[in-house]
Write a protein that binds this ligand. Structure first.
Ligand code: ADP
Length: 395
C-alpha cells in the first residue's frame, strides 16, 4: 500500500491553517494559511516543498478558501488524499477521543459550542465546507479537550454548587490535549520508556500555555479549565486571578462583564504586564536592554509556570521527565533555566550547553548529571491529528 496522505485543517474565525501529512515523510509536502477570510484582504499562503507562494482571494470565506486549496492538496498528495483531520477545540464530556464525523458528531460539536462560543462555530464552518467539497472522503475530528477526559473527578470538578456541573457543564476540561499527548509519547520514544509505564510533566508554552501531568499515557491533571483562560500567564491571557476580580472591577470601575472578559483574554498576560508586547522574543530582547515591564513579565511567566508544575506533580506517582514544548518551550533556554530555578525542591539542574543547543526544532535531554530528566520536545499537532485520523481509517 502506498504511504497515505491526510489533509489536516484547523479553522479559526477568520483563518484556516492546513498541512498535508504523509505517513512516511517527516516534512509536510504542503502547508499553509488562509487568513483575513471574509475581508477584502483575504489571502492564501502556502509552501509546496521548498517553494513559497501567496494568492489574494478577496472576500473569500472558509468554503471559497478550501476550494482554492483543494487542488493544491490533491497535487501535493500525488492525486490521492486518504482523509481529512479537523482540529476541534471543545468536545465537552461527549468526546473522549477522536472520532469519524457523521451527523450525530456534528450535532454534539454544535452542542459543545456553548462551552467554546468563539472556537467551535469556526471549526464547524470548516468541517461543513470540507464535507461539501470532499463528500467521499472520511473526515475525522480531533478535540483539544479529549485527552484530558481521563482526569479524576477530584481534579476536574470546581468547588461550586453541584447543579452547575450536572446541568450546565461547569467543570475543568483542559486544552492543548493533542500537543500534550504528542510530546509525552515522543518523550517516551526518545528515552526508550514504555508509554504505558511512564510519568511526565509537560509544559506547552506558546501564545496560549498550559501544563499537564501524564501517567501511563493518560492525562491526570492540566492547568486550563472550563475555558483556556485558567492557569498560566500567557501571551494576552491573565491565567489565574482572584475569582472575585469581576466583582471588584464592576463595583469600583463600573466595568461590564464583557469589558472584564476582554481585558482578561486580550489585554493581560505578557502584554498587560510588560505594556510592550505579547511576544516572548520581543520581551526577551527588551529585558536585556533594561525594560522593567519586560523583565517583570518574564519573571511572572516563569514563576507561575514553576508553581503550576509543582502543583501538577501531585498527580504523579513518580517523575520520569519534565518536557518543554511550544514556541517558547522549544526556543527559550532562558525561560527553561529561570523556571527550574524556582523548582529547587525537585533537584532540577540543567546542562547549560545542552539547554542552549535544544532550540529551533532540536529535541533532547538538557538536565545535568544527578538531576531528574528535563527534555525539549518539539510539538507536532498536525502529525498527531493525522495519526488519529489514520488510526480511525484503519479501524
Ligand atoms: P501558538 O500558540 O500561536 O501556536 P507558538 O507555539 O508558535 O504559538 O509560540 C509563540 C511564542 O513563542 C511567541 O511568544 C514567540 O515569541 C515565542 N518564541 C518563538 N521563538 C522564540 C525564542 N527564540 N525565544 C523566546 N520565545 C520565542
Amino acid at each position: 500500500m502506498p504511504a497515505r496522505n491526510i489533509l489536516v485543517i484547523n479553522c479559526g474565525s477568520s483563518s484556516i491553517k492546513f498541512a498535508l501529512v504523509n505517513e512516511e515523510q517527516a516534512a509536510f509536502p504542503l502547508q499553509g494559511l488562509a487568513e483575513r477570510l471574509g475581508s477584502p484582504e483575504a489571502v492564501l499562503h502556502w509552501q509546496l516543498g521548498e517553494a513559497k507562494e501567496s494568492l489574494d482571494i478577496p472576500h473569500a470565506d472558509h468554503r471559497a478558501a478550501l476550494e482554492r486549496l483543494l487542488p493544491l492538496a490533491q497535487e501535493a498528495a500525488g492525486g490521492h488524499l486518504d482523509g481529512i483531520g479537523h482540529r476541534v477545540v471543545h468536545g465537552g464530556e461527549h468526546f473522549t477521543g477522536s472520532t469519524l464525523i457523521d451527523d450525530a458528531v456534528l450535532d454534539a460539536v454544535r452542542t459543545a459550542a456553548q462551552l467554546a462560543p468563539l472556537h467551535n462555530p469556526a471549526n464547524l464552518t470548516g468541517i461543513e465546507a470540507a464535507m461539501a467539497l470532499f463528500p467521499g472522503l472520511p473526515q475525522v475530528s480531533v478535540f483539544d479537550t479529549a485527552f484530558h477526559q481521563t482526569m479524576p473527578e477530584y481534579a476536574y470538578r470546581y468547588a461550586v454548587p453541584e447543579f452547575l456541573y450536572r446541568e450546565h457543564g461547569v467543570r475543568r476540561y483542559g486544552f492543548h490535549g493533542t500537543s500534550h499527548l504528542y510530546v509525552s509519547k515522543r518523550a517516551a520514544e526518545l528515552t526508550g520508556l514504555p508509554v504505558n509505564d511512564s510519568c511526565w510533566l509537560t509544559a506547552h508554552l506558546g501564545n496560549g500555555s498550559s501544563t499537564c501531568a501524564i501517567v501511563n499515557g493518560e492525562s491526570r491533571d492540566t492547568s486550563m479549565g472550563l475555558t483556556p483562560l485558567e492557569g498560566l500567564a500567557m501571551g494576552t491571557r491573565s491565567g489565574d486571578v482572584d475569582p472575585n476580580l469581576h466583582n471588584y472591577l464592576a463595583r469600583n470601575l463600573g466595568w461590564t462583564l464583557d469589558q472584564v472578559d476582554r481585558m482578561l483574554n486580550h489585554e493581560s498576560g505578557l502584554k498587560g504586564l510588560s505594556g510592550l508586547s505579547n511576544d516572548m522574543r520581543t520581551l526577551y530582547e527588551a529585558r536585556i536592554a533594561g525594560h522593567a515591564g519586560a523583565s517583570l513579565a518574564f519573571e511572572v511567566f516563569c514563576y507561575r509556570l514553576a508553581k503550576s508544575l509543582a502543583g501538577m506533580a501531585c498527580a504523579l506517582p513518580r517523575l520520569d521527565g519534565l518536557v518543554f514544548t511550544g514556541g517558547i518551550g522549544e526556543n527559550s533556554s532562558a525561560i527553561r533555566a529561570r523556571t527550574l530555578e524556582h523548582l529547587k525542591l525537585f533537584n532540577f539542574k540543567l546542562d547549560d550547553e545542552a539547554n542552549a543547543r535544544c532550540i529551533r526544532g532540536v529535541a533532547g535531554e538538557i538536565q545535568a548529571t544527578g538531576s531528574p530528566r528535563v527534555m525539549v520536545v518539539p510539538t507536532n499537532e498536525e502529525r498527531q491529528i493525522a495519526i488519529d485520523t489514520l488510526t480511525l481509517l484503519d479501524a
